[in-house]
Design a binder for this molecule. Structure first.
Ligand code: XUL
Ligand code: CO
Length: 437
């Protein structure tokens, strides 16, 4: 490792809940058992290389503000390696055990794919050494198929076959390096897999091409023995006006239509869910209901703003709702909580990377403890179960199992005039939940 990038910062300490220390974990205790499992294994935190190391915090109206003394701003390989050193120093000091990357965050895009691949190999070899020396593991890798001008009209959905070809070759390499680094998963976020206007778009063809693109990736993963989990990350817009993977339901329909369902789970991002007009817990609940829960890009947005502001998730109530869904889904297997989040432009000092991640980690630790307490209490689950109790009788079971036809239902319904209905008690339950945590 080169000289320390964060010389004034030690490994983040654990402090009392009442502590006034500015930097310290008040709730996150990696080894503490919750429902019989260590907190760190429930939460499986990861840091996103693109935000932590590559986001200078520019916005559409102003230039980068982030201070990155370890980075000379060039795309020299030595700078890339120094940056990787800084990243692994950061995650280790922040007690984060996993990371995620795009190919072009860790190594530069060169004039040809051959040259880009060569430099990527150099950086990957270095990252492999850093993984070994720190014990930090790769949660997932992905390819950046949205930044280069060639992807202006999409990658797998580009109207130009040469662009599809290049994107496929780029994914091939990204799969190889993810495999090389022992990645537990691989994400497809269709950054520009959508359209800006229908006036120039053949939607039928673009969707079919996208499906073919994903099939090619599945086939290649199998060929090289990559057993990591494939994920689709839904997002409705930004940068496209409409993206084909707009929300969890659209992704699942797409995957089913093109015979891809068995190969994919979903990677749900909080701010993407809200952009889609849902809550993140809705998207997670749908994943649970359909057996497609995979991983989470943990962040949050400003509700009234309508942009993907990628804020750190610091609201423990939001994290409680998410952890309730995650625990109910059986918890993470290959997935984890990847902080796909950036500091505000005004939080430009290196130490702000620590404040931001620690705030997110503590909010989720608190959310995990609260969710476990709600589950241990059991009253809300019991209420929901009882609400559907009529379905446990012979009629309900008969309908559920497809043994009752319309004529039989009509015979039962024709003369019924009294209804046994029960209050949904939403406010009582919300108050009850608040009382538990
Ligand atoms: C963009 C986004 C991506 C994916 C990975 O909104 O979330 O960074 O997580 O490509
Ligand atoms: Co994301």
């Amino acid at each position: 490792m080169s000289q320390a990038a964060f010389p004034d910062i030690d490994i983040v300490p654990f402090v009392e809940q009442s502590s006034r220390a500015p930097l310290g974990f008040r709730h996150y205790r990696p080894e503490e058992l919750i429902e019989g499992k260590a907190m760190k294994d429930h939460l499986r935190f990861a840091s996103a290389y693109w935000h932590t190391m590559r986001n200078g915090l520019a916005d559409p109206f102003g230039s980068a503000t982030a201070q990155m003394p370890w980075d000379d701003g060039s795309d020299n390989i030595s700078n890339c390696l120094r940056r990787a050193d800084a990243f692994f120093e950061f995650v280790t000091k922040c007690r984060i055990e996993r990371w995620c990357f795009h190919d072009r965050d860790i190594a530069p895009e060169r004039a040809t794919l051959r040259e880009s691949n060569r430099d990527l190999d150099t950086v990957v070899a270095h990252c492999k050494t850093l993984q070994q020396s720190t014990g930090v593991r790769l949660l997932w890798g992905t390819a950046c198929l949205f930044a280069h001008p060639r992807y202006v009209s999409g990658a797998g959905t580009s109207p130009r076959v040469e662009v599809f070809t290049h994107a496929a070759a780029q994914v091939k390499k990204a799969l190889e390096v993810t495999h090389e680094l022992g990645g537990e998963g691989y994400v497809f976020w269709g950054g520009r897999e959508g359209y800006l206007s229908l006036i120039n778009t053949d939607m039928k063809r673009e969707r079919e091409h996208l499906a073919r693109f994903l099939h090619l990736a599945c086939d290649y993963a199998k060929a090289i023995g990559f057993k990591g989990q494939f994920y689709i990350e839904p997002k409705p817009r930004e940068p496209s006006v409409h993206q084909y993977d707009s929300d969890a339901a659209a992704c699942l329909a797409f995957l089913s239509e093109f015979d891809l369902r068995a190969h994919f789970k979903l990677n749900i991002e909080t701010n993407h869910a809200t952009l889609a007009g849902h809550t993140v817990e809705h998207e997670l609940a749908l994943c649970r209901a359909t057996g497609s829960f995979g991983s989470v890009d943990a962040n949050s947005g400003t509700d009234h703003c309508g942009w993907d502001t990628d804020e750190f998730p610091t609201d423990h109530r939001l994290c409680t709702k998410m952890m309730l869904e995650i625990l109910a889904a059986g918890g993470f297997t290959t997935g984890g909580l990847n902080f796909d989040a950036k500091r505000r432009r005004e939080s430009f000092e290196p130490v702000d990377l620590f404040y931001a991640h620690v705030a997110g980690m503590d909010a989720f630790a608190r959310g995990l403890k609260a969710a476990a307490a709600i589950r241990a209490d059991g009253r809300i689950a019991e209420f929901v179960k009882n609400r559907y109790a009529s379905w446990d009788g012979s009629l309900g079971k008969g309908i559920e199992q497809g043994r009752v036809n319309m004529q039989e239902l009509e015979a039962l319904a024709l003369d019924q005039s009294a209804w046994h209905l029960e209050s949904g008690r939403q406010e009582m339950l919300e108050h009850m939940q608040d009382g538990i945590v």
